[in-house]
Design a protein around this ligand. Structure first.
Ligand SMILES: [Fe+2]
Length: 346
């Protein structure tokens, strides 16, 4: 997707689609160059205001499921909504519902043969809660589509996902971000975020039983070992079972004060290992349909000796993802049948 972007909004990985040269003729940015933080800083210091870039890094009719600017705007909206919760103790529910509907509708509108996930980027550890809420809503929506839920149900699912951790606002930050093992008392307090979340929503006038269940039950486990109520299997609401899968995937792949982010492949492998035990296998199957067996961000070595990164999948091609090489070219391994995946690099 080629667009003109304000230099202030460039992000690492955007690919320049025009050359910028100094008066002396020396190129600052070349066509096809993948931008780094340093290069973006250089453009700013030179007073360049706009640059033509490819933001999705994908060619042809393959595009990301969301625009990156939309995702970062959504993150800001959630931060604003949550800030008001801290001030007033109430959540602007109608605003959450409108944002969730816009998010899930945008995803459904872009849902075609190719699924190229676009997630919110965690730029500093303080904004984890907002980034996480947006990413869980994106992943839940994608799984909801693959599970065959109705459009209206997907909008409601996205609403629940977008605020599923709102109760964490009532848990002290020093406990949530502790770099040490929590005491039993502290861990009990963290667990209570599901109850606090439900209370905030109920006191704000939210009555939808499924939305409340997504918030209250997303840490329940299929074998009954989760919290707060130790519910089992089908007694856990479907929204909560979907949000649980999205929650674990995003939490594991995110950097936290007490751990580095796992690679998407490692997180995905872990999710497969607890399907049936902690997670609903039918929902995990939905994640496989969305991500394939090599989730976006996985680094692969191909049989031609090239290192590539997975950017998405063509629907149904679970073991033959769309990959991007170091020059930014996208290769559909579903079409390039001679190329084999030699190994997963990370
Ligand atoms: Fe949670």
């Amino acid at each position: 997707m080629r667009i003109w972007k304000s230099v202030d909004k460039l992000v690492e990985g955007d690919i320049a689609e025009e050359e910028i040269a100094l008066a002396a003729g020396k190129a600052v940015v070349r066509v096809g160059e993948r931008l780094t933080e340093d290069k973006i800083g250089l453009l700013k210091s030179l007073g360049i205001k706009w640059l033509l870039v490819d933001t999705t890094h994908i060619d042809g009719d393959v595009k990301g499921i969301l625009h990156e600017d939309f995702v970062s705007g959504m993150k800001q909206d959630i931060e604003d909504i949550f800030t008001k919760v801290v001030e007033d103790g109430k959540i602007e529910y109608s605003k959450v519902e409108e944002r969730a509907k816009t998010l899930s509708k945008n995803i459904m509108d872009n849902y075609g043969d190719y699924i190229v996930p676009v997630m919110a980027i965690l730029k500093n550890l303080d904004e984890y809660t907002y980034t996480h809420e947006v990413n869980v809503a994106i992943l839940s929506t994608l799984m909801g589509i693959e599970l065959g839920l109705k459009e209206e149900t997907i909008h409601t699912l996205a609403t629940s996902a977008l605020i599923h951790d709102v109760g964490k606002l009532m848990v002290p930050q020093e406990i949530l971000n502790a770099r040490r093992k929590l005491s039993n008392l502290e861990f009990t307090e963290v667990k209570k975020h599901v109850v606090y979340g439900k209370q905030i929503c109920e006191e704000s006038g939210l009555k939808d039983r499924a939305i409340l269940a997504g918030i209250e039950e997303h840490h329940e486990k299929m074998d009954g070992t989760g919290y707060m109520r130790g519910l089992k299997n089908g007694s856990i609401d479907l929204f909560a079972r979907i949000i649980a899968v999205a929650d674990i995937y995003d939490a594991l792949t995110s950097e936290r004060p007490y751990k580095p982010g796992w690679t998407p492949y490692k997180a995905f492998s872990f999710i497969l290992s607890i399907a049936g035990k902690h997670l609903d296998p039918r929902v995990v199957n939905g994640l496989i349909k969305v991500m394939g067996m090599y989730p976006a961000g996985t680094r692969l070595l191909l049989s031609n000796g090239r290192e590539v990164v997975v950017v998405g999948i063509k629907r149904g091609y679970y073991t033959r993802p769309l990959v991007q090489d170091e020059e930014g070219n996208v290769i559909d391994l579903g079409q390039e049948k001679k190329l084999k995946i030699e190994k997963v690099l990370g």
